[in-house]
Design a protein around this ligand. Structure first.
Ligand SMILES: [Zn+2]
Length: 188
């Protein structure tokens, strides 16, 4: 029987300024050990850097499906509108264009193939420790960003299809991982 060390940590991260644009993150952590907290902070720092980068802006705006600038399951929104919605950071569970990623993360242990899950009406994201443990901060950034895009109202098919990779959560989760890798420097 493993006794899980439980503690709550709260961190309000300072905004990064870039091209006059701001983006913040407020992350509440449940059931994270101090090593886990470090990994999350690292991932959040990467997410903020990427979101404010010109690279990210260009890649979102020029994202295309079959030669047409769009995403799958884009809710009728243009790429520019999707980019703006990301920067506005208005979650369904806590509406308000505050330019901030507001999330609560809870770590749980289960021996299955689920990496994490969430529901539309909550600010909380559940992350399977089995995967979190072996993921690099860059992979965690992909996973968190994917889940957060669900919080903004973007969805994708449950079943795997090639098209699904072009949905907002998948396409931009992968993009986050690609761009975060450029900013990544291992921390001791
Ligand atoms: Zn998803």
């Amino acid at each position: 029987m493993v006794v899980k060390r439980m503690f709550y940590a709260f961190c309000a991260l300072y905004p990064l300024l870039s091209w006059g644009q701001e983006f913040e993150a407020s992350v509440k952590l449940v059931n994270f050990s101090s090593d886990h907290v470090k990994k999350i902070h690292h991932a959040i720092t990467l997410i903020k850097k990427v979101i404010l980068s010109e690279d990210f802006k260009q890649r979102v705006i020029t994202h295309s499906v079959n030669g047409k600038k769009s995403f799958i399951d884009n809710k009728g929104l243009s790429n520019e509108e999707i980019y703006r919605i990301i920067l506005e950071g208005s979650e369904l569970a806590s509406p308000g264009k505050n330019g901030r990623m507001d999330i609560e993360l809870e770590l749980y242990e289960q021996d299955n193939t689920t990496i994490g899950y969430t529901y539309p009406d909550t600010g909380r994201i559940w992350i399977n420790q089995k995967y979190f443990q072996r993921y690099t901060p860059v992979q965690v950034a992909d996973n968190l960003f994917h889940e957060w895009l669900h919080k903004l109202g973007f969805d994708h098919s449950v079943k795997y299809t090639t098209k699904r990779n072009y949905s907002v959560p998948y396409a931009l989760g992968y993009l986050m991982e690609e761009l975060a890798a450029k900013h990544y420097t291992p921390q001791p």
